[in-house]
Design a protein around this ligand. Structure first.
Ligand code: SF4
Ligand code: SF4
Length: 408
């Protein structure tokens, strides 16, 4: 048994150094440690002596990454996911100054070494999906790579998955280690830890004597409690937490076989084009590049954008390939469940549930997947129509559905 509860790899090499940040190499041996929960404040102080440190805190009752004072030790899911540490909301690429007929260019400085403490496993899995988009293939986003390398990501297994999320529908669990450098598993007064990468080992090194070695059996025992969302209160379940992988795959199959499903007309009528689903999604990565010039001095920056906005796909010359909400809503869900899997072999969703919780009209991955999977093929023209609303009540919106169980 490996330290994260997964079957040990036969090719594992004792003592091998693990891979780059968030990318444990196949076959590397993960090392186990243990730390007392009471020593976590001291651990953060040690981190703060060497790096910038961010952890979940409550600001006006809202969970966000901040601190390191006032850490919320129950590690709530933050409203904005930690993707902003890797793909900042606004990121200055360079400054430029007009010099005669040319420009003098001043690139952005290197990112500060940072410890991101208490991230959710799903959010770090999302960062790893972004890494693949930004770094695999013909073009490499060097800024993303620098920032990923500069962050030590310490994830904490979810003790109480919330009522909106559904990581298990996308092959993850409350104890998933994907994308993390150091993984912590709460167990009573202790936190068992697995260093998955060189950055994870650096975190343990900064903690020094606060960490003790733990045996593979001890760590695997702690990790095994987080292998599934079972035990979650059924009475509090929502359209999100009721979603299954089978439902998602069935819906994706329908979407892939009929691009012109009548379903999109009805679904897109609900959408307000507010874009909150894309801003808060840890895997969404639409962006715009903006040049600003004041006098002889200017900047080039990248900022988050949204495929739910009509301006996002507007081209120079005025043509817009996605002129109405129908095309834009379809694009968002096709990208997540069909196009991204075609390119990367996995769906672009980690089941964090933020879209379920925040979409004001209940149009999200869980409702779309449930509605499409429940629809029949009997609509005129052979397309799917919505005549099978799931018992979870997905069409009424995730946030308002509580205590109904998961239907069936
Ligand atoms: S799907 Fe919901 S959250 Fe997303 S843009 Fe439409 S109304 Fe806003
Ligand atoms: S689509 Fe929704 S549930 Fe999936 S990762 Fe994005 S916000 Fe989370």
């Amino acid at each position: 048994m490996a330290l994260d509860g997964s079957p040990a790899r036969e090719s594992a090499t004792e003592g091998a150094v693990c891979g780059g940040p968030g990318r444990p190499e196949k076959g590397c041996v993960k090392k186990g440690y243990v730390i007392r929960k009471a020593d976590l404040p001291a651990l953060l102080e040690r981190f703060a002596g060497a790096c910038d440190v961010y952890a979940p805190v409550y600001e006006d009752g809202v969970p966000v990454f901040g601190g390191p004072e006032g850490v919320a030790w129950d590690f709530p899911k933050t409203v904005v996911p930690p993707k902003e540490f890797f793909l900042p909301h606004t990121e200055r690429f360079l400054k430029f100054r007009r010099q005669g007929r040319g420009y003098e260019v001043q690139p952005a400085g290197a990112p500060a070494p940072t410890v991101l403490f208490g991230a959710k496993p799903c959010d770090m899995a999302a960062v790893d999906m972004l890494r693949r988009v930004m770094l695999e293939g013909r073009f490499k986003d060097e800024g993303f790579e620098e920032r990923r390398n500069s962050v030590i990501a310490v994830a904490v297994a979810c003790e109480t998955p919330d009522r909106y999320c559904f990581c298990d529908a996308f092959g993850l669990s409350p104890g998933s280690t994907r994308g993390a450098d150091l993984m912590l598993y709460p167990a009573g007064d202790l936190m068992y830890a697995v260093a998955l990468t060189g950055n994870g080992e650096r975190a343990v090194g900064l903690g020094g004597t606060l960490f003790a070695q733990a045996s593979p059996e001890e760590v695997a025992g702690a990790a095994s409690r987080y292998g599934s969302r079972d035990g979650h209160s059924a009475g509090a379940r929502t359209a999100g937490s009721c979603l299954t992988g089978e439902t998602v795959r069935e819906a994706a199959g329908r979407m892939a076989t009929d691009f012109h499903l009548p379903y999109w007309e009805e679904a897109s009528e609900r959408c307000l084009s507010c874009g909150i689903c894309t801003y808060l999604c840890p895997t969404c990565h639409c962006f715009a590049v903006v040049d600003r010039l004041r006098g002889d001095v200017g900047t080039r920056s990248r900022c988050w954008d949204s495929c739910m906005y009509s301006g996002y796909s507007l081209m120079a010359g005025g043509h817009n390939p996605r002129p109405t909400r129908l095309e834009r809503v379809r694009q968002r869900f096709m990208h997540k469940l069909v196009y991204h899997p075609e390119r990367y072999g996995e769906m672009l969703c980690v089941g964090c549930g933020r879209c379920v919780e925040k979409c004001p009209v209940g149009l999200h991955v869980a409702s779309v997947a449930s509605e499409l999977a429940a629809a029949t093929d009997e609509a005129p023209g052979g397309g799917a129509r919505m005549d099978g609303v799931p018992a979870s009540g997905a069409r009424t919106g995730g946030a308002g559905v509580g205590g109904a169980g998961c239907g069936g």
